[in-house]
Design a protein around this ligand. Structure first.
Ligand code: SAH
Length: 395
């Protein structure tokens, strides 16, 4: 008999609606002694079988559902999940000629806690839940079956692993670590990805579409690219004919790659500068010196990480956007984003409205953005939609 959990009375609705998270407060009893990440059967209070889930004794999310149908959780299960993920993405990967894309978007691909990005022949994985750690070898074996030519590299150096009772870890799981830079191509732009020590799995693939859309605003313009990371929007601005692009980030390794990225694309060296600075500080300096820009791109890291810091995070977004408006010329363009899942699009819009009031500027939204297509969203898991953004004219 495998271990099982029985949900409290009336706490089975969300599982029946195929949401993958089971919170500790929704559980009535646990049978057996499931170990960290072990697969357990999930029953409703009336004894009806509902799902198979990974048990996570240390987390508020006590179990994450692998499947709502009776099947074994083994290599074959993960092969089938990966094949579905490929099928969903096939058309647009081929059409876009994508050499870097998100293959597995965790819960949204019905693989809770597992993120896998593919850069050329490198599959870079994050195993962030107890269940994904428990089945790591099965997942790696499934990846090898689906992509025999690929290296599998782990980047589970993410703090959330602690909540699941796991240590941070990185390294090669199959094949060989890269000996030279990996270069992907995105909308005709070459981008070097450092899978060994870059942020997350190496690159922010989710902004691919927004980066492309940003190009139409930049021709002949003075562009300020805040939180540039390895170039990102700045490279598109150069390609789009910006007169000058100032890229700002606090990570020197990221800025070094940003400069190299500009070079490997053959862009004019004088067109871009790469500045190691704190965005919050430098925006105030520009404001006080009355330095103005035609376009400001604002793509900060996640500033709302839990419900308890929604207010302080919202203040951060408001400050940044207000400062951006203050340094924009009349009629300038603000391209602004939030990757905080807990901040919904309408709240983000209100924050920008507040920033506009405080900056004393009129703001007209002209376009809205979301995460790139390979960052799919499961209809039963709305949390999968986390990235939002706007293009706005600031009068
Ligand atoms: N726009 C990028 C992704 C940005 S990720 C792209 O398209 O690829 C967020 C970046 O913000 C990271 O590179 C991080 O180093 C940087 N960062 C975080 N805090 C910062 C701060 N206070 N000032 C400047 N950069 C910061």
């Amino acid at each position: 008999m495998s271990a099982s959990i029985t949900l409290a009375k009336g706490r089975d609705k969300s599982v029946r609606r195929r949401h993958p998270w089971i919170f500790s407060r929704g559980i009535d009893s646990v049978k057996g002694e499931p170990e960290l990440g072990e697969t357990v059967d999930v029953y409703a209070n009336n004894g009806q079988w509902l799902a198979k889930a990974a048990y996570s004794p240390n987390s508020q999310i006590r179990a994450r559902v692998w499947t709502f149908t009776k099947q074994n959780i083994d290599k074959a299960f993960f092969v089938s999940r990966i094949k579905s993920a490929i099928l969903i993405r096939e058309a647009f990967i081929e059409q876009g000629g994508l050499t870097g894309y998100r293959l597995i978007a965790a819960e949204s691909d019905s693989m809770p806690g597992v993120t896998i990005d593919k850069y050329q022949d490198y599959l870079v994985c994050q195993f962030l839940s107890a269940g994904s750690e428990f089945h790591k070898q099965n997942i790696v074996d499934a990846l090898i079956e689906c992509f025999p030519e690929c290296t599998v590299y782990e980047r589970s150096d993410v703090a959330v692993r602690k909540k699941e009772g796991l240590q941070e870890t990185t390294g090669v799981l199959h094949g060989n670590a890269p000996t030279e830079p990996i270069i992907i191509e995105e909308n005709g732009i070459k981008i070097q990805v450092d899978i060994l020590s870059g942020h997350k799995t190496g690159f922010y693939l989710d902004q691919r579409d927004s980066r492309l859309q940003s190009m139409k605003y930049v021709k002949g313009k003075q562009v300020l690219n805040c939180f540039s990371y390895t170039g990102g929007f700045g490279l598109y601005a150069q390609k789009g004919g910006a007169e000058r692009v100032i890229n700002i980030d606090v990570s020197q390794p990221a800025l070094d790659i940003a400069k190299q990225n500009s070079e490997i694309n053959g862009f004019a060296p004088k067109q871009a500068v790469f500045l190691n600075a704190d965005v919050f500080k430098i925006l105030r300096e520009y404001r006080d010196q009355k330095t103005k820009f035609d376009v400001v791109i604002m793509d900060p890291p996640k500033m709302v990480s839990s419900k308890s810091n929604l207010t302080s995070g919202a203040r951060g977004y408001k400050d940044l956007n207000m400062l951006a408006m203050q340094i924009l010329k009349p009629g300038g363009t603000l391209l602004t984003y939030s990757c905080s899942g807990l901040m919904e699009s309408n709240l983000f819009q209100k924050i920008i409205a507040d920033a506009a009031l405080d900056a004393g500027r009129e703001v007209k939204f002209v376009e809205s953005f979301t995460q790139a297509q390979d960052h799919i969203i499961d209809s039963a898991y709305p949390e999968g939609l986390y990235l939002k953004g706007f293009a706005a004219k600031v009068l």
